[in-house]
Design a protein around this ligand. Sequence first.
Ligand code: HMG
Ligand code: MG
Length: 299
Amino acid sequence: MIKIVEVGPRDGLQNENATIPTETKIAFVDALSESGVSEIEVSAFVSPNMVPQLKDAATVFQNIRRKKGVVYSALVPNEKGMENSVAAGVDKISVFTAASETFNMKNINATVADSLRRFKPVLKQAKTLRMPVRGYISTAFWCAFEGKIAPATVVELAKQMIEMGIDELSISDTIGKATPDEVGSLMDAILPCVPVERLAVHFHDTYGRGIANVLKSVSYGIQVVDASVGGLGGCPFAPGATGNVATEAVVKALTGAGEEVTVNIEKLIHAYGIIASYLPTKQHRRPAPDSLACATCPF
Ligand code: HMG
Ligand code: MG
């Protein structure tokens, strides 16, 4: 069975300038909880100066209706974020770094080596609390500033992150430029070093190759796929990065390929309807493929 990690409330919203009321975010997460996704990345405990849209992370967490069996996670960049996420009752944290030094500096104001040092006290606390930890490796294929990233760089970083005690690595195509062949090359390089059960994939869809990249990853045995309903998303610190691969498209493609996925598309689309009217960009206002099937939302 393929596990879907819905990142819409975090990756989907972090790039949006529109004011989205906190209660709408809560309703969005609650609707996603009913859709059958395994995990929801609810928000990020990062600097509100860097990502103002997610400054209400604690309030969102404290007010969502938690569904049994769903994991509610959040991004945590440092000890302060860890402290706030624990106080808010997060189930699982995600630390994040990148294979590109330039992107990492712009995103979290740290070199790659410094970011790993920052993780250490966070991981220590997570271990004490028996909290699972995901680690993102951004720019795993391409970087908007440094161009093509060599698979060997990603593998070296992945090995260090696993050795530090990170449970799951999400291999991320931040600017959505990877091709299925590049995905295959990275899988060939990383799988001899990192067990497949410890890997997830995170594709943005800038060039429309997100689905092909998901299917390629799954053909290598990857069982955890990140996606964002309606294709919301993007990173404010990666110029040109567009939305994540759309959850409903991933579910359809995986089901069509004979994989077992326990996500209900109508419920996903209902969740998208809750948030869609707050997203003014054309890209986000496009109706999701099955939107007409949803009787209870206007999109
Ligand atoms: P910094 O400026 O080096 O940090 O930023 P600092 O420790 O010097 O603190 C500066 C100020 O931020 C201080 O406030 C701190 O208190 C505050 P001031 O004294 O100036 O008023 N601060 C915090 N406030 C709340 N929560 C915190 C926190 N930490 C410091 N946790 C830092 C370093 C990492 C904090 C900053 O660069 C940051 O928050 N970056 C986050 C950027 C981000 O969220 N990017 C998007 C997510 S990553 C992504 O999208 C990629 C992904 O989707 C995968 C992919 O697609 O590739 C995951
Ligand atoms: Mg992302």
